[in-house]
Write a protein that binds this ligand. Structure first.
Ligand code: LFR
Length: 489
């Protein structure tokens, strides 16, 4: 049977990858063509992404993809959300994009909220209040020469698309993370832009996932050795939106957790939930493909563990993940619990110290060993998963019968088991490469190789390795007690 090959560019917080996906009627298979580090750079202006370096990685990766044997039918790009570059009137990039963990937004969101009104803001954009939402980053940039010179704002995947094709547009799923998209009708809100002091002309025309974003510029074709006619397809360019495409859910009772640097836990809905209860619970209504709403909350995720390992490595301590998780699985249960979403965990210089401080401040004995710290992180994340999904079910009036846990975290057996136990629900873990799969599937659909969302998901369920974790009912009371300790249910 016919199989076509697509290149998925997936940029994450610590590394970028170019992956070749081969798709046929009963066939869905990925292979990594190239991986490169994503190392943010600290300049006097703050913490930035090295976008030219990332572009080089993308070009090298596309070359490797092209050399991998099958002709590349098209290219799709996804990255994290919210961050943007500004172009001047000549189309040149004005400075390096800021990293969303840069501290310049500290206190800015509160000011915007006070000026616009928290309720009004949520009614308009339906977004979880995160300090780094694009609208708050732009508010922090008010008055800068850079913003004054800017004519076009491009989110990171759109910027790379522009560099590859010369074509300007704002992919819809990622645009929904800016805080400038109208939650009800899904168009840019000139009113929101004006309230944020922003010229609405900065915002490029929206483009839907699955549409073409042009073909390679001559220099990009030369650098990748791909035909110049190679099309760049707008995929669900927000990585989480791509991951949700590949959640192998077939039933309405399914919830998902896209678990990597962040844990994005929630539900797929047909319409946004903009209630006051939803606002105070800080749930977001991001856009998915085909008119769906990603009703979810950001949970700080495996970032806590990654940062601990980074700090331990710098101190010459062991950081082997298998070993740490093994120690954690044998460590004392519920010895210390934290709220992973506490603001002090967003960008601490020393994560283990931040966790110890948090424990001390909340009257708990800080974990004494790396295994204990990892246990604390895993249990705290499992509790956050429980808290958020129970809330989502209530707020959206849906019963959750099982959880799909996708992304890198699905390889973490301890986290999967703890999440099943904490929630009292079966966890179906996998696929690990949900984001790349979603990226590839939307491209394949643009070529008519697969059908609607249900079709794509059923192909994922039929072809990818999934593992089921049943909750241990014997642990339910202990988890209830642990949740009560954090003051939640
Ligand atoms: C996950 C993610 C989240 C977004 C965060 C910051 O990689 O895209 O969905 O909130 O990164 O952009």
């Amino acid at each position: 049977a016919a199989v076509s090959a697509f290149a998925a560019v997936d940029l994450g917080a610590t590394s970028g990858r170019v992956i070749v996906g081969r798709v046929g009627r009963e066939h869905l298979e990925l292979s990594e063509a190239h991986r490169f580090p994503n190392t943010p750079v600290r300049l006097p202006t703050g913490l930035h992404w090295n976008l030219p370096g990332l572009l080089q990685g993308v070009l090298d990766g596309l070359r490797a993809a092209g050399a991998s044997g099958s002709p590349i039918a098209s290219v799709g790009i996804d990255t994290w959300a919210v961050d943007y570059g500004l172009l001047d009137a000549d189309g040149a990039l004005l400075g390096l994009p800021f990293h969303y963990r840069d501290s310049r937004t500290a206190g800015v969101a509160e000011k915007v909220r006070d000026a616009v009104g928290a309720q009004r803001l949520y009614a308009a954009n339906g977004l979880q209040h995160l300090p780094f939402n694009t609208v708050f980053q732009l508010a922090a940039a008010q008055g800068s020469a850079q913003l004054a010179a800017a004519r076009t704002l491009l989110l990171v995947p759109d910027l790379i698309t522009y560099w590859l094709t010369g074509s300007i547009g704002a992919e819809f799923t990622n645009a929904s993370t800016t805080g400038l998209l109208d939650a009800r009708n899904g168009t840019w809100s000139a009113d929101l832009a004006a309230r944020a002091g922003l010229d609405p002309a900065l915002l490029p025309p929206l483009r839907d996932p699955g549409t073409s974003a042009g073909t390679l510029l001559p220099y990009a074709a030369a650098a990748t050795a791909l035909p110049q006619a190679t099309s760049v397809t707008a995929v669900a360019s927000h990585d989480t939106a791509s991951a949700v495409v590949a959640v192998p859910a077939t039933e309405r009772g399914a919830a998902y957790i896209s678990c990597g640097t962040w844990s994005l836990a929630g539900l797929e809905l047909d319409a946004p939930v903009l209630s006051e209860a939803s606002r105070t619970a800080n749930f977001t209504n991001e856009r998915g493909v085909d008119g769906t709403v990603r009703y979810l909350r950001n949970i700080m995720g495996l970032w806590l563990l990654e940062e601990c390992r980074r700090v331990w490595a710098a101190r010459g301590l062991p950081t082997d993940l298998e070993r740490l998780l093994d120690e954690a699985s044998r460590a004392e249960p519920f010895a210390a619990l934290v709220d992973p979403d506490a603001p002090e965990f967003l960008a601490p210089a020393d994560m283990p110290a931040a966790i110890a401080d948090h424990c001390a401040r909340t009257g708990q004995r800080p974990p004494q060993s790396p295994g204990g710290v990892v246990r604390c992180i895993m249990e705290s994340l499992a509790l956050a998963h429980r808290r958020v999904l129970r809330r989502a079910a209530m707020l959206a009036d849906r019963e959750i019968t099982h959880i799909h846990l996708v992304g890198g975290g699905s390889r973490n057996e301890l986290l999967c088991r703890l999440t099943a136990d904490a929630t009292g629900l079966p966890v179906i873990a996998g696929p690990t490469e949900a984001t790349a799969l979603g990226n590839v599937l939307v491209q394949a659909r643009a070529q008519g190789l697969v059908g609607d969302l249900a079709d794509m998901r059923s192909l994922v369920a039929r072809t990818q390795h999934l593992r089921r974790y049943e909750p241990d009912p014997g642990r339910a009371r202990a988890w209830d007690a642990a949740a009560a300790r954090l003051g939640t249910s």
